[in-house]
Design a protein around this ligand. Structure first.
Ligand SMILES: [Zn+2]
Length: 223
């Protein structure tokens, strides 16, 4: 018989399967080489994260790390060392239910450019970037594992669904896992466009075109 607790268990097992499928898809398309990148999903009581040193192409749904809201491991394998990037997003964005962090090539390349606008690393060159990713701020460089990254994300996450870590890669959140994956892909493709257009005279969307996207599609792009 379906009781509230076994409904929750079956919901969680579906989420675990979907994390593995999304990881495989990102890995197979070259967006998370080696053991880079991590994926998390908010549950009703805690959250799931991909384990440390795991390849996103070969995730075992049953051994994903289950954590509490202090970052403590409740069950599963040892979590990614980058767990605090995810926690900082969730703590400051109650509407975000999934986070994807990648070291994908084009977004990582943009994160290494000198002279980026720290408030908005990628200009509004396409409507889908504005709608799916929004204005993308730059987080200053810190060594991997430095918790200062979390406090920097915490300062910006209230107003930004995605941030770019300097010389590292993007952290992207959304209301569900598939949307977070699509937003991370949109960010990667727009990074590629930005690099393709480098040095050329580019026509970005103007403020009334952005305002239209805010009104019609609730795009998060504050002027
Ligand atoms: Zn990373």
């Amino acid at each position: 018989m379906a009781t509230p607790s076994n409904i929750l268990v079956s919901e969680e097992s579906k989420v675990r399967e979907r994390i593995a499928a999304v990881g495989r898809s990102l890995y197979n398309r070259g967006l998370s080489p080696g053991s880079s990148g991590n994926i998390s999903v908010r549950l009703t009581d805690g959250w799931l994260l991909t384990p440390t040193n795991s390849c996103l192409g070969e995730l075992d749904p049953s051994s994903l790390s289950r954590l509490d809201w202090h970052g403590n491991l409740i069950s599963g394998a040892k979590p990614s060392k980058e767990y605090f990037l995810h926690l900082a997003m969730y703590e400051n964005r109650p509407q975000s239910r999934a986070v994807v962090h990648l070291h994908s090539s084009f977004a990582a390349a943009v994160s290494c450019l000198e002279g980026l606008n720290h408030a908005s690393c990628i200009p509004p060159i396409t409507p889908y970037f504005v709608m799916r990713v929004g204005k993308l701020p730059l987080i200053p460089y810190f060594r991997p594992g430095d918790k200062s990254l979390a406090s920097e994300i915490a300062k910006l996450a209230g107003k930004h669904a995605a941030v770019l870590l300097a010389n590292h890669g993007p952290v992207v959140s959304a209301t569900d896992l598939d949307s977070a994956m699509y937003a991370a892909e949109e960010l990667e493709e727009t990074s590629k466009l930005m690099l393709l257009l480098h040095g050329q005279n580019v026509r970005t969307l103007n403020s009334s075109q952005i305002q239209e996207l805010r009104t019609v599609f609730n795009a998060e792009w504050e002027s």
